[in-house]
Design a binder for this molecule. Structure first.
Ligand SMILES: *Cc1c(COP(=O)(O)O)cnc(C)c1O
Length: 392
C-alpha cells in the first residue's frame, strides 16, 4: 500500500510562502483599484493611499518615520542602493568602505564592483561563530571611510551581529552605517535608532510577503545618490511606477510578522533547538555552524564530515524535505561557502554542511519527520563515500 508522501519545507531563509492575509490585501490592487499612484483621479488616489498606508506599516515596524521608507524591488536592490548610493554621493569625502566577509552577495558584489572603480573595501574577519568584533570595525576606520555595512543576521548560519555596538563606532567617527536586516525582520525586534542605522534593507518575501518587493530605510538627511532615474516616484529618489500590490502585501506582512514575533519566535526557536540536539545526538562527526546562542530563532546549520552537502539535499528532496546547503555549489563551482570559510571551517566540514530554516508553517511533526530520516541519509552517504570514516 502506498503511503501518502510526507513533505517538510525547511528553507525559509531562501523564501517564505506569501501569507493569505497579504494575498487578500493585495488582490484588489491588481484589477479593481489598478490606478497609477501618480495619476490625478480618484482611482489613482486609492492606489496612492494604499502605498502610503504600507509605508506607514513599514515605518512602524522598524521605528522609522514614513518619509524615511523607500520601496524597492527587493532586498538586493535595497542593498545595492545603500552601498553604491553612498559611495557615489560621498566620493568627494572618501573612498573607503568597511563591511564583513560574511555579508550576502547583495552587499559583497556591489563592494567588489566599487573596488573595480577605484574604491577600497575592508572585509572584516569573523570569529569561529561568525561574529564581527566591533573592535575590529574601530581598527579599520580611516579618515577616508564613508560607509560601514554589516548585516543584522546572517542568512546561512543565522549568527546575529552586535549591530548596535557597530553603529555606535560608525557614529563616533561620523561614518554612515548600513545594515542588511533582511533575515532579522520578524525574528527579533528591529529598531533603526537602537541599531544606529542610517540605512537598512528589508525584503518582503523573507517574512510572508510577496517576492520582488522590499524597502530601504534612509535616515532623514542621509546623502544618497538616486538609484533609478526617471519619474518623481518615491520623493524623486527611486523612479518607476510603484509595484502597488507588492507594496500592499509587504505592508500587511510586516505588520503581522512584527505583531506575531514574540510568540512565533519562541515556538520556532524551540523546534530549532530540538532539531539541533536531535541531529547532533544521532549523527557522529557532526558540528553546529554559527553561534550557539546569538542565533536566528529559525536557523539550523550543521556540518557532517565525510559527505557532500549536495548529495544530502538530493536525498532529502527525494524524501520531501526542502533544505539548503552551506556550500555554493548551486553555481556549479566547488568553492565552499564564503561564510563557512570565513568562520574557519575546514573544507571537509564546509562541503558537508546543511541548512534547515524553519517558518511559522512548520510543526513538531515536521521536526520529527526530519529527525526520523536525516540520520539514515547521512549514514548511507557515508557508506557510499570514498571519504568515509576509516577509508581516507
Ligand atoms: C534574501 C536576502 C537578500 C536578498 O533579498 P531579495 O529580496 O531576495 O533580493 C539580501 N540579504 C539577505 C541577508 C538575504 O537573506
Amino acid at each position: 500500500m502506498e503511503r501518502r508522501r510526507r513533505s517538510a519545507y525547511m528553507d525559509h531563509a531562501a523564501t517564505t510562502p506569501t501569507r493569505p492575509e497579504a494575498v487578500e490585501a493585495m488582490l484588489p490592487y491588481f484589477s479593481e483599484r489598478f490606478g497609477n499612484p501618480s495619476s490625478l483621479y480618484a482611482l489613482a488616489r486609492e492606489a496612492k493611499e494604499a502605498v502610503e498606508e504600507a509605508r506607514g506599516q513599514v515605518a512602524a515596524a522598524i521605528g522609522a518615520r514614513p518619509e524615511e521608507v523607500y520601496f524597492t524591488s527587493g532586498g538586493t536592490e535595497a542593498d545595492n542602493w545603500a552601498v553604491k548610493g553612498v559611495a557615489a554621493a560621498l566620493r568627494g569625502k572618501g573612498d573607503h568602505i568597511i563591511t564583513s566577509a560574511i555579508e550576502h552577495h547583495a552587499v559583497l558584489h556591489p563592494c567588489r564592483a566599487l573596488e573595480r572603480k577605484g574604491y577600497r573595501v575592508t572585509y572584516l574577519p569573523v570569529d569561529e561563530f561568525g561574529r564581527v568584533d566591533p573592535g575590529t570595525v574601530e581598527d579599520a576606520v580611516t579618515d577616508r571611510t564613508i560607509l560601514i555595512s554589516v548585516m543584522a543576521a546572517n542568512n546561512e548560519i543565522g549568527t546575529i551581529q552586535p549591530v548596535a555596538a557597530i553603529g555606535k563606532v560608525a557614529h563616533d567617527h561620523g561614518i554612515l552605517f548600513h545594515t542588511d536586516a533582511v533575515q532579522a525582520i520578524g525574528a527579533f525586534p528591529v529598531d533603526v535608532d537602537g541599531m544606529g542605522a542610517d540605512l537598512l534593507a528589508l525584503s518582503a518575501h523573507k517574512f510572508g510577503g510577496p517576492k520582488g518587493t522590499g524597502a530601504l530605510y534612509v535616515r532623514k538627511g542621509t546623502r544618497l545618490e538616486t538609484f533609478m532615474d526617471g519619474g518623481a516616484q518615491e520623493r524623486g529618489r527611486r523612479a518607476g511606477t510603484e509595484n502597488v500590490p507588492g507594496i500592499v502585501g509587504l505592508g500587511r506582512a510586516i505588520e503581522l510578522a512584527v505583531a506575531e514575533m514574540p510568540r512565533n519566535s519562541a515556538r520556532i526557536a524551540a523546534m530549532r533547538d530540538r532539531l539541533i540536539r536531535g541531529i547532533l545526538d544521532a549523527v557522529p562527526d557532526t558540528r553546529l555552524n554559527g553561534h550557539p546562542t546569538e542565533r536566528l530563532p529559525n536557523n539550523v546549520n550543521v556540518a557532517f564530515r565525510y559527505v557532500e552537502g549536495e548529495s544530502i539535499l538530493l536525498m532529502l528532496d527525494a524524501l520531501g524535505v526542502s533544505a539548503s546547503t552551506g556550500s555554493a555549489c548551486t553555481s556549479a563551482s566547488l568553492e565552499p561557502s564564503h561564510v563557512l570559510t570565513a568562520c574557519g571551517l575546514p573544507p571537509e566540514h564546509a562541503h558537508g554542511s546543511l541548512r534547515l530554516t524553519l517558518g511559522s508553517g512548520n510543526t513538531e511533526d515536521d521536526v520529527d519527520y526530519v529527525l526520523s530520516v536525516l540520520p539514515g541519509v547521512i549514514e548511507r552517504l557515508r557508506q557510499m563515500s570514498p571519504l568515509g570514516p576509516g577509508r581516507a
